[in-house]
Design a protein around this ligand. Structure first.
Ligand SMILES: Nc1nc2c(c(=O)[nH]1)N[C@H]1C(S)=C(S)[C@@H](COP(=O)(O)OP(=O)(O)OC[C@H]3O[C@@H](n4cnc5c(=O)[nH]c(N)nc54)[C@H](O)[C@@H]3O)O[C@H]1N2
Ligand SMILES: Nc1nc2c(c(=O)[nH]1)N[C@H]1C(S)=C(S)[C@@H](COP(=O)(O)OP(=O)(O)OC[C@H]3O[C@@H](n4cnc5c(=O)[nH]c(N)nc54)[C@H](O)[C@@H]3O)O[C@H]1N2
Ligand code: SF4
Ligand SMILES: [Mo]
Length: 748
């Protein structure tokens, strides 16, 4: 008998609701759930690939142990025994810092891993923690932490009501939106324009999003901070600053006024490539719009001034009175906010960075982690504290991080490596043990991270679609078993007891927080109410019920519980965004910190750069494609069929200048390496800028991705330079890489 159930798509940040029809263990169809409270039937081509992903013969279904004569399948007990046997002596000898961890992007889309990943890392107790965050949004977390007191206090554009959206460094028509959870971006942007609103896109490529916009400006990669400073300059210069309701709630307005004074539009034109007149007009339009939002995404983050640009986006939102106002840039009030409610409302401890430093280059820690760019050198450099073992969880740094050739070599020199993953791929081929995670359709789902950045308050839970294969643990059980092992409990710790212990600690801590809805309650009573559940469901129920929309364990009847979500498979609509300041602030002052001193100081570095800008150097940036997802969905025929997509895009003027012809293979070279890719000439590129997507380059020895190997592409991160990063956030520079492009040596 066929069955129809509802499931949130776990693949990207859009959180689309899917209607899935199954027959026994087979997916018959995947459609958009027209009743989903948020996505209302929208989906993208990746949704259907969930079926292929689940059925993929290359997806690992048993643990693997590397033996001298190759990979061997193993039982779970054998795999954990091997980890205990190999890893614990490394810790005994080299201390906990000898084991590093790398946490990849799919963790952000995985309920088990979001809730239990931190437990694993705490048990590991190593200062050498790395994640894809420093390849991505860390600059935004740092700026949000400094301004609003918490790294997840990130304003999102109120898309449903804004009249003017100034979008920098994002292509949501391909990416489906990021740090802005909103299914059906095309529909939302069209509705914005239909109601008379305007969309302006700032991007070195004329993207699909730019094509939908009222205006698009090319911008030189890495220059957004300068452009935003000039916008702020015009606002002050023309007396257009009007913070409105928040005027009295911010420190530092005078400092900002003084800071932006030298940044006339004329002074940044050379660096940005945007005419001064256009900068002036955009600033006036931004100020004049009844409700406007400035939004910057990965293009503004992954360059050497990522934190400055991320900060200035919100400074502009403040200066124009659009921060925390309907139709402006607002703070989501998510149903689940671990760690957010535990302070006095409206005040907090704020953020502190650099509590420890990386051993070799001395990079400061941010939010408990070190820059990914430091991983290879921490492995390579001998001496006390050297990293000798690595654990990766849902990460593929061998394709995703700068100078990945260096990392690949470094991984081979490790004493031991364990990966929790679904594939034997470019990274896990270096492991000694691979622990397979269950299929995406075999796990429950709730977007703990993404609903925090949602353009509408929603909550939606999906139970697993399929039962796991016999013997296959859930991913949280894998992580807790590793945590127990690291805590010294041996290869077969009592996972259920670890889980009980963890939830008890959470509850005990929460009832002590004065701002909590369960302040002063008796932990045993709360635990009794949760007693029918285990694992992520128990934790989720706890967070939901003690959260801002929750039932407060009886204190607020009718509030959200997991049972209520289970009864509403299309999700719960918790209403449009509402103003949340000052309550959402977690700064020690209880105010918005507009001008944190570290940010002011960093502007000097930007000024030095501006004075040295030299036009004429060809630079490389990336791009995303709707039918792809970072590095790991190229083994699914439905997504990779069609024309090759890993091409080097270049403007026709650059191609003519270099004597290159459309379609021919070209060599792209940088300080760190070189690759060959077919040339695609298109005037959608800014002259002087070329683009190559990331996540390709699958034809490496030992990789077991048969479909991906056939359309392998090249790894653009062989060209990105690990020596370059944004010093405040430690974020990698992935765009604006100086390159040369030429006919391959054999041809020239
Ligand atoms: N040049 C350049 N480089 C970039 C970027 C760029 O724009 N340009 N973007 C950067 C960004 S934004 C990001 S987020 C990073 C991503 O960098 P990573 O997180 O390192 O890489 P992913 O490609 O997301 O690979 C995810 C891994 O998780 C595995 N996986 C998938 N699902 C599951 C699961 O359910 N459980 C487990 N355990 N494993 C799973 C996959 O097999 C794969 O090995 O790449 C960054 N690299
Ligand atoms: N289909 C698909 N969806 C995805 C992903 C995917 O790989 N494929 N990855 C997911 C992940 S991990 C993330 S983080 C999000 C990212 O989501 P987005 O931020 O929307 O990412 P992109 O589509 O890469 O768009 C970034 C844009 O920035 C531009 N850009 C590059 N450098 C600069 C610069 O210096 N300044 C400015 N102003 N623009 C610049 C690029 O040309 C590009 O058009 O997407 C997520 N969704
Ligand atoms: S847009 Fe994202 S969440 Fe929606 S169906 Fe596509 S991959 Fe899934
Ligand atoms: Mo990302």
């Amino acid at each position: 008998m066929s069955q129809t159930t509802y499931h949130t798509c776990p693949l990207c940040e859009a959180t689309c609701g899917l209607e899935v029809t199954t027959l026994d263990r087979t997916v018959v169809s995947i459609r958009g759930d027209t009743h989903d409270v948020f996505s209302q039937g929208y989906l993208c081509p990746k949704a259907y690939s969930l079926k292929e992903l689940d059925a993929d013969p290359d997806r690992l279904r048993q643990p693997l142990i590397r033996r001298p004569d190759g990979w061997q399948t193993a039982t779970w007990d054998e795999a954990f025994a091997e980890i205990e046997h190999r890893l614990m002596p490394i810790i005994q000898k080299g201390g906990r810092q000898a084991v590093a961890a790398y946490i990849g992007n799919p963790n952000a889309h995985n309920l088990s891993n979001l809730l239990y990943g931190p437990v694993l890392l705490k048990a590991l107790g190593s200062p050498n923690l790395f994640s894809a965050s420093t390849l991505d949004q860390m600059p935004k977390q740092v700026s949000a932490g400094l301004m609003f007191g918490h790294g997840l206090n990130i304003p999102v554009p109120d898309l449903e009501r804004t009249d003017f959206l100034l979008m920098l460094g994002a292509n949501p028509l391909a990416s489906n939106g990021s740090l802005m959870t909103a299914p059906d971006m095309r529909g939302r942007l069209r509705r914005l324009r239909q109601r008379g609103g305007r969309l302006v896109v700032i991007d070195p490529q004329r993207t699909r999003t730019a094509e939908e916009a009222d205006e698009h400006y090319f911008i030189t990669p890495g220059s957004d901070a300068a452009f935003l400073l000039a916008l702020a300059h015009v606002l002050f210069d023309e007396d257009l600053v009007n913070p409105g309701r928040l005027a009295g709630l911010a420190n530092g307005l005078d400092e900002i006024r003084a800071l932006v004074r030298p940044f006339t539009p004329e002074s940044v034109v050379m660096a940005c490539g945007i005419p001064a007149a256009a900068i002036r007009r955009l600033a006036r339009d931004l100020a004049a719009a009844p409700r406007a939002a400035v939004y910057g995404r990965i293009g503004t983050c992954v360059n050497q001034f990522g934190t400055l640009a991320s900060w200035l986006v919100d400074v502009l939102n403040f200066l124009t009175g659009n921060l925390d106002r309907e139709g402006g840039a607002m703070f989501t009030n998510a149903a689940v906010q671990p760690g957010m409610l535990t302070y006095e409302a409206g005040k907090g401890r704020g953020v502190k960075f650099g509590r420890w430093k990386s051993r070799v280059s001395g990079y400061p820690e941010v939010f408990g982690e070190l820059p990914v760019n430091a991983l290879a050198e921490e492995i390579e450099t001998p001496g006390e504290g050297q990293v000798q073992a690595l654990i990766t969880v849902a990460g593929n740094p061998c394709l995703s991080m700068p100078n990945s050739a260096r990392l690949q070599k470094a991984l081979d020199s490790l004493e031991f490596m364990v990966s929790v993953d679904i594939y034997l791929n470019e990274t896990t081929r270096h492991a000694n043990v691979i622990l397979p995670a269950p299929s995406a359709l075999e796990r429950s789902h709730y977007d703990v991270a993404l609903y925090r950045l949602s353009v509408h308050n929603v909550a939606n839970y999906s139970p697993p679609l399929f039962r796991r294969a016999p013997g296959q643990p859930d991913e949280w059980e894998i992580l807790l078993r590793l945590a127990g092992l690291f805590a010294g409990q041996g290869p077969n710790p009592d996972v259920a007891a670890l889980d009980d212990n963890h939830i008890r600690q959470l509850v005990e801590k929460e009832v002590e927080q004065a701002a909590s809805s369960i302040f002063g309650r008796i932990p045993a009573e709360i635990l009794a109410e949760l007693s029918t559940r285990r694992g992520p469901e128990r934790m989720l129920d706890f967070y939901l019920r003690s959260g801002p929309h929750g039932d407060g364990f009886g204190a607020k009847p009718g509030g959200v519980t997991l049972a209520k979500l289970e009864a509403n498979p299309h999700g719960l609509d918790l209403g449009p965004l509402t103003p949340r300041l000052p309550e959402a602030l977690r700064t020690p002052s209880g105010k918005i910190e507009l001008a944190p001193s570290v940010l002011l100081a960093d502007v000097e570095r930007l000024q030095r750069w501006l004075s040295q800008v030299q036009p004429g150097q060809l630079v490389l940036i990336g791009r995303r494609d709707l039918r792809s997802n970072n590095s790991w969905m190229h083994n699914l025929p439905v997504l990779v069929k069609g024309k090759p997509r890993c091409t080097l895009r270049m403007h026709s003027a650059d191609a003519a200048h270099l004597g290159l012809i459309d379609g021919e293979m070209v060599t792209i070279a940088s300080r760190t390496g070189q690759v060959e890719a077919p040339l695609e000439i298109t005037d959608n590129m800014m002259p002087g800028v070329v683009s190559l997507p990331h996540g390709w380059g699958h034809n490496l020895p030992g990789v077991q991705l048969r479909v991906a190997a056939a359309s392998a592409g090249v790894n653009c991160n062989l060209l990105a330079d690990e020596a370059l990063l944004d010093p405040l956030s430690g974020n990698a520079v992935l765009n604006g890489i100086p390159v040369t492009v030429s006919k391959p040596a054999s041809v020239a």
